[in-house]
Design a protein around this ligand. Structure first.
Ligand code: HEC
Ligand code: HEC
Ligand code: HEC
Ligand code: HEC
Ligand code: HEC
Ligand code: HEC
Ligand code: HEC
Ligand code: HEC
Length: 512
């Protein structure tokens, strides 16, 4: 059997062991008992040279409680048992009970044979041994991913796409199956505990990134570290992030795959050393950066961070890009005190292991240029037009064609263009990005707004007539700006002449 092999092979290789005995459930809350930890939010430039990947210290032997679980579960769930046997936890004698132990008065405590356990092992539980990772994670947007109820997207899942047809004990009035199997699987559900300690099926299984746990903590570590191997190697692989960071509104996975970085990764995966204990770019691997390399992993100057916002200088999710410290302040995250310039410096510190300063600085000029283009040419005027259209349309969200058109402009196409420029994906920047933006702005959005003007300018309602006039004037104003006047045939004559000459030259290559 594989596990017995692992057992004998690793008995001597076990990590530095603490001389401690096995904590009882109530003692598990005393973190000093089992941990030697990093200081919280280590300064960005403390040297991590040679530090092992994980610094938690294991137990000297498997606890009696865990041995009971193991003896039974190796028969009941052999696959699960093997996954654990293949993990660093196994090698550190961190058994089932060290993670699943519960106090009888925990909200999700379940009497299981002779012990109290909880099915969910929340970040709070992992924090007994990994407090630094948990603190960083809890300070990040990831841990807040479950707070989507008020969003426009959520109206889609619960109302427009879905209904209240999924009835469970926890949702006697029903809940939308589209939200349960869609949004919540990425963002996280609010897990509901039923009377018998079981978990409501609408909310579990779930490993969404911002899952709201019965103990009140937010997030799920198994979003990236699948149980029961809990491997760093898996989390370093781009596919891990790709479960969520993909699709029409944030295709980071697809962008990465088309980028030179993704190409180099897949071509050189055998040299990526993903399994290494310490994983410092330039020391332990050099072939390509993965998502983790740029957003989380260590360089020779900075430690690993579980706050994925610490190296990004724009938040490109809203209609108009904002600085990350501003969005962090609104959610009262610790990042509110970390200005975008500091974060950008930390990201550059990653790049500079493989590139030089000019390459990296110039890249940021290109990226900022694209963000600026989107914001100024499409987002700001588009948003102003949408505001003016509001009095003319049905107030129910997504009951008008123009609602969908505008939503896709900023939420899909506008994000795609910016995300792709930030991660070197030219096809997504252009054909899935600025091309779609322009096409839909001119041939869908403006015509639909014009229809609203036409439908209302002769209305009996004076307010509508006035609103239609205001919208009509704004459309004319937007189209007359330097960014858009080409469509009125009003391009600057010098530029028009230059373009005509270039076009003639190009055609001559193909025309007989
Ligand atoms: C009782 C202490 C303890 C608890 C609780 C615990 N761990 Fe660990 N963890 C350890 C030890 C010990 C190691 C191994 C350290 C080493 O190899 O240097 C480790 C290693 C890890 C690693 C690194 C694996 C690798 O491939 O390098 C990850 C990831 C991890 N734990 C995640 C978690 C998560 C997620 C939880 C909660 C679901 C958790 N741990 C709960 C003690 C614990
Ligand atoms: C005597 C056998 C036995 C022992 C001892 C045992 N388990 Fe179980 N456990 C089971 C069986 C059987 C199931 C149910 C499997 C199923 O429903 O498919 C289960 C289910 C579970 C579940 C999932 C519960 C759910 O409803 O989703 C967890 C978590 C769990 N066990 C953890 C533990 C831990 C931790 C220990 C040790 C403290 C332990 N078990 C001890 C047999 C055992
Ligand atoms: C490092 C912590 C850790 C250890 C050690 C651990 N588990 Fe788990 N276990 C988890 C996490 C995390 C989940 C997923 C639930 C969640 O996302 O919170 C889980 C889920 C489960 C489930 C229910 C999920 C399913 O797929 O059906 C069972 C059963 C279970 N564990 C049993 C065990 C047994 C048996 C052992 C020992 C062989 C064990 N666990 C060791 C953290 C741990
Ligand atoms: C495939 C996984 C996935 C699904 C399904 C999904 N999302 Fe998201 N969502 C994400 C990711 C990843 C981001 C962050 C994207 C980024 O940073 O570029 C995000 C961002 C968001 C944001 C912006 C959050 C902020 O604070 O900036 C909201 C709101 C949102 N999603 C709501 C929803 C709703 C509601 C649904 C269902 C209708 C849904 N999402 C479906 C993965 C998903
Ligand atoms: C967004 C994905 C993601 C989530 C969510 C995540 N991790 Fe990690 N984790 C990683 C990556 C990537 C690494 C490897 C970093 C490296 O060494 O390159 C890692 C490494 C670790 C390590 C090894 C030590 C270290 O810092 O390198 C531990 C321990 C760990 N994670 C614990 C946790 C715990 C506990 C949680 C839940 C609070 C968690 N992780 C959530 C991606 C994640
Ligand atoms: C289970 C789904 C899921 C996985 C897996 C996941 N993410 Fe995310 N990520 C999200 C969601 C949802 C958000 C948006 C959260 C919000 O703002 O509400 C997000 C946001 C982000 C952000 C923006 C943070 C900020 O401060 O604005 C970055 C960067 C990011 N993720 C990187 C990663 C990386 C790198 C990985 C893999 C190592 C990863 N994510 C894995 C769901 C996920
Ligand atoms: C070569 C380094 C690099 C790699 C590899 C990389 N990224 Fe990024 N990522 C960046 C940069 C640079 C930005 C823009 C940072 C800024 O705004 O200053 C960014 C931005 C992001 C954002 C923020 C989007 C928003 O809403 O504003 C997310 C999410 C993200 N990356 C996820 C990923 C995922 C997932 C992968 C892998 C599939 C990945 N990244 C691979 C460098 C990288
Ligand atoms: C682990 C090494 C590594 C890291 C770290 C890294 N890159 Fe690269 N990068 C490469 C390789 C390899 C190529 C392909 C070079 C070539 O085309 O000859 C590349 C290519 C590029 C390109 C050219 C894309 C193209 O299509 O020609 C840009 C721009 C770039 N990197 C920017 C960055 C930025 C910005 C960062 C940090 C956010 C970064 N890189 C981090 C290795 C890395």
């Amino acid at each position: 059997m594989r596990l017995s092999f692992v057992l004998s092979a690793c008995a001597t290789a076990t990590v530095a062991l603490s001389p401690l005995l096995i904590p009882a459930a109530s003692e598990l809350d005393a973190p000093e008992a089992v941990i030697a930890n990093h200081s919280p939010h280590a300064p960005a430039h403390s040297s991590v040279h040679g530090a092992p990947a994980a610094q938690a210290i294991g137990l000297t032997e498997i606890s009696k409680a865990s041995q009971e679980c193991i003896d039974c579960h190796r028969k009941e769930s052999p696959g699960l048992y093997q996954q654990w046997g293949d993990s660093r936890h196994y090698r550190g004698n961190v058994g089932c009970y060290e993670c699943h132990a519960a106090d009888p008065d925990d909200p999700d405590a379940l009497r299981h044979y002779d012990r109290w356990i909880s099915i969910i092992v929340s970040p709070k539980d992992c924090a007994r041994c990994h407090s630094r990772e948990v603190e960083e994670f809890l300070g990040s947007h990831h841990s807040k991913g479950g707070r989507i109820l008020g969003s426009l997207d959520n109206v889609l899942a619960e109302v427009v796409e879905g209904n209240n047809g999924l009835v469970t004990e926890g949702f006697p009035g029903g809940v939308s199956a589209a939200a349960v199997s869609g949004c919540w699987q990425c963002h996280g559900s609010e897990v509901k505990v039923l009377a018998d300690g079981k978990l409501d099926p609408a909310t579990w299984p779930n490993t969404g990134i911002g899952r709201i746990n019965p103990d009140g903590s937010e997030g799920s570590c198994s979003a990236c570290h699948s149980r029961h191997r809990f491997s760093a190697a898996q989390a370093r692989h781009p596919d891990t992030c790709g479960k969520c960071h993909m699709g029409p509104d944030h295709p980071q996975k697809e962008i990465y795959e088309e980028s030179k970085h993704g190409i180099a990764f897949f071509a050189g995966i055998d040299d990526m050393n993903l399994d290494a204990n310490k994983w410092i770019v330039g020391e332990d691997y050099f072939v390509a950066p993965t998502c983790a390399t740029c957003h989380m992993s260590a360089t020779k100057d900075q430690p690993v961070t579980h706050d994925i916002g610490m190296r990004i200088s724009w938040n490109n999710r809203p209609v108009v890009s904002v600085r990350p410290e501003d969005s962090d302040a609104k959610m009262n995250l610790p990042g509110k005190d970390v200005p975008w310039q500091t974060r950008r410096k930390s990201m550059k510190n990653v790049c500079l292991n493989c590139h030089n300063t000019q390459w990296v600085d110039n890249f940021y000029v290109q990226y900022d240029g694209l963000v600026d283009l989107y914001n100024e040419k499409y987002a700001k005027p588009g948003r102003a037009l949408y505001e003016l259209a509001k009095p003319l349309k049905n107030p129910v969200p997504f009951s008008n064609k123009v609602d969908f058109i505008w939503f896709e402009l900023w939420h899909h196409e506008g994000r795609r263009a910016r995300h792709a420029a930030s991660m070197m994906g030219p096809d997504y920047t252009h054909w899935h990005g600025t091309y779609d933006l322009a096409k839909n702005f001119y041939t869908e959005y403006i015509p639909e707004l014009n229809e609203l003007v036409e439908a209302n300018k002769h209305s009996d309602d004076a307010a509508k007539v006035e609103a239609a006039a205001a919208l009509e004037a704004k459309i004319a104003e937007v189209l007359a700006t330097d960014d858009h006047k080409w469509i009125l045939g009003q391009m600057d004559p010098q530029e028009a002449a230059r373009r005509a000459a270039a076009a003639k030259e190009f055609r001559s290559r193909y025309d007989k």
